[in-house]
Design a protein around this ligand. Sequence first.
Ligand code: SF4
Length: 473
Amino acid sequence: MRVASIEFKARAGEKLADATLQRNLVRVKGKFAAKRAAAMAGFHDFEGLREAGREIRQRTLDDLDVWLGIFERSATAGGATVLWARTPDDINRLVLEIAFRHGVRKIVKSKSMVSEESSLDRAIEAAGLEVIETDLGEYILQINGYEPPSHLVGPALHKSKEEVADLFHRRHKTARKEGIEDLCLEARAVLREHYLTADMGISGGNFFVAETGSVVLVTNEGNATLATGLPRVHVAISGIEKIVPTLEDAATLLRLLPRSATGQPISNYVDVLTGVRGEGEGGVEHMYYILVDAGRTDVLASEVREALRCIRCGACMNHCPVYQSIGGHPYGWVYPGPIGSILTPMYAGLENAHPLPAASTLCNQCGVVCPVKIPLPDLQRKLRERTFERRLAPWSERAALRLWSWVAARPALYGASMRVVARLLRIWGGRERRIRRLPPGGGWTAGRDLPAPDGRTFREQYAARRRAGGKPR
Ligand code: SF4
């Protein structure tokens, strides 16, 4: 498992200095957030729906073993085979065993973040089989040398239309297209051929329904419909946390997911796939579910278990000022943004990813928009505490925090120190009232100026307003 999250700060610095990426990020900045806001405004009780989503996800996680057992029985009754992967390597092994058992040569694949955890595509290619990603974003990344995804919903969001046009021209050896529609048509023509000649389709699973043994797939391109419907074998891979008890629960979550992700009331395609085909029916001959643990039961037993409620909508990253400034790649693994700052340290080890929980302003925008009410900043704070306790942060940072907590525990001393600091910063800001470089290290001001404070602390201003008889604002 290659995890580069420990290099977060250096990689974030590179991305801040990358003019092309910054242009691309500005282009998409706020678009998803605006669409989500419009969808919310047109819904009579979005908060009630969020609460219903939270309740479904939490209730399922509280009895996850029971629901997994029910799912296995239902799926088996429908003719599917349920397999269990304890580790990322197990995913690759199981997929290859299935492929060889059924004489598979070519595999089409719709988006599956779990399969990114095990670098499944590379394992398939190393075994001498052909695999083609069919989600447009994932396809772009695949033909660009397996570039990592940078967003849960739009994996190639960091790329401009021009970059994609150059890539298609180079890889497809066709005339360079200019318009987005032409580029989509070109990709569609290439992919259609693969759907028709593939022996096996691999998908993720937005939800796995316990009562029916079904997998629910949500796409806007219809690629999952083709990838799972045309080949004779279908393998659906997902984390064990994606179980929901009933179809009605799935329907509730389906009202939340696209609205939170792209502002759509419903995505263009929703597939509910159950079992193998019967006599005279359409559908696949062989269906397998691979349910993946790979650290999830440890998360379930931990203080950040609420992170498992995630339905991968991407809203937290669409509203995160850190993600919006650097994109997804500096997070160094499969899951970027606020949810990645919890999942990556939990799945890959805090010692390999401890800068991530600190990559947050704790502004709580992510917590406010999360459709299943995951308290992301609280979870980030818990992992920061573990980072401190395990002495994973640099000694200078730990010493500074110890000093700060010592001062903060003495209100009189804290108040006096803050008065001195506020006045010094006010003077330092000069006539422009901006601080261009702040020691030590200068990290805070490496990429932006710090507005100089007013010169009086919050407490002083509060007391002054009280004395003047005004309401403290
Ligand atoms: S943490 Fe919440 S907002 Fe973020 S991707 Fe998961 S469900 Fe969406």
